[in-house]
Design a protein around this ligand. Sequence first.
Ligand code: SF4
Length: 472
Amino acid sequence: MTRGYLVHTFGCQMNEHDSERIAGLLEGDGYVEVTDQADADVVVLNTCCIRENADNKLYGTLGWLKPWKEQREGRQIVVAGCLAQKDRDLVRRKAPYVDVVLGTHNVHRTAELIDQARHSGPVTEILDEAVLDDQAMFPSALPARRETTYNAWVTIQIGCDNSCAFCIVPAVRGAEISRPFADVIAEVTRLASEGVSEVTLLGQNVNSYGRDLQVAARQAGDSDARLRPMFAELLAAVGNVDGIQRVRFTSPHPKDMRVETFAAMATTAAVCEHLHYPLQSGSDRLLAAMHRGYTAQRYLERLAAGRAVVADLAVSTDIIVGFPGETNDDFAATLEVVAAAEYDFAYTFIFSPRPGTEAAELTAQFVEPSIAAERFQRLRVVVEHSALRKHEARVGRIEEVLVEGPSKKDPSVLSGRTRQNKLVHFTPPQSLRAGAYASVEITRAAPHHLAGRFVELLAEPQHKRRIAVLAG
Ligand code: SF4
């Protein structure tokens, strides 16, 4: 009998991408996706420990999955992802009825471990590091079940060599490993041949892509290896793949932002004019405490260099408010940088300690929650003001919009994204399929979206059919 599965994802884009691979692996093994949990035989919880309250969310969900599992023989619960990697046996101790616990380095083993647990009982398999020379460690190298047909994520790197004091990623995803250049291009070429026109290159620190490959090449005797990142070359090569109209990437690290990358963005037509450029704090004192490797001035100088080279560059960022020890002066410095940077969008967070990180140990310096909340509100006002100004400047312009589908609030309205990654709502005179390109005149601006008037259809989607499972 066919078995049904459901994957619940808690977390970042990397996790969502891993979930696509888990779904692809299960479908390759004969499972079908179900929408109702009552029809599922396997529920996978793909966890993330970067987000706040991740453990409460996981153990809360496991609590209500216990009776679900007991209702029918053969049902299985799988816990995967960062939190599983970090908590390991704790997951089983807290929820002994979980069938499979697997970590971030063995996603490719999901289907096998489920099968193993069905026949031999519960299994926990956490690897401490990725298995080198095994391309299966790259989520993109695995079969996938993508949610959309016109865009795709492509993992170019896993892990992170930095040590930001607030971040658990290096502990759970390990050291940086770049995917071979030719493999990335081969995947993008295959995606383009299937009708994908937009790709997002994914990694924790994308702009240091390739440094490890160069070091390995040098060690293997290649004296021409240049020991510097190859991200700019990769960006240009991906953007020149036939059929690829848009290339995005996330996330770069400000300290590794190089002029070559801006040059590649400016000269490769497909690379979108959008840079996610995480600030975290505008205070040099806190940037040092966070181990970010740049000062506010250096950050702004590089941003100005990027804007000078890449015309019409939209910039988004991440900012943490209330990092341990943050004073009024530190926060004022952040507001100053935010005003100077003129962001189009910002993800703002109140600091919350992630167990296992350096910052979580700084309990004596934790900022009073009411002070952090008040600063957070002030920052939101400044950020929204900046975003609205940026959006208002686009009113009257004709923008290229990649259609995503009906708006969540009003199905008669379509939503899509501009090259600057701005959400645009518009009403087309004819029905347009997801993946089509349209030109839209911007008529109205709000802090988080734009509204516009359909001008013309630029291109129909290239995909002919829904792509259910990709070969690895
Ligand atoms: S660069 Fe810093 S914030 Fe980003 S993944 Fe690495 S350690 Fe975490």
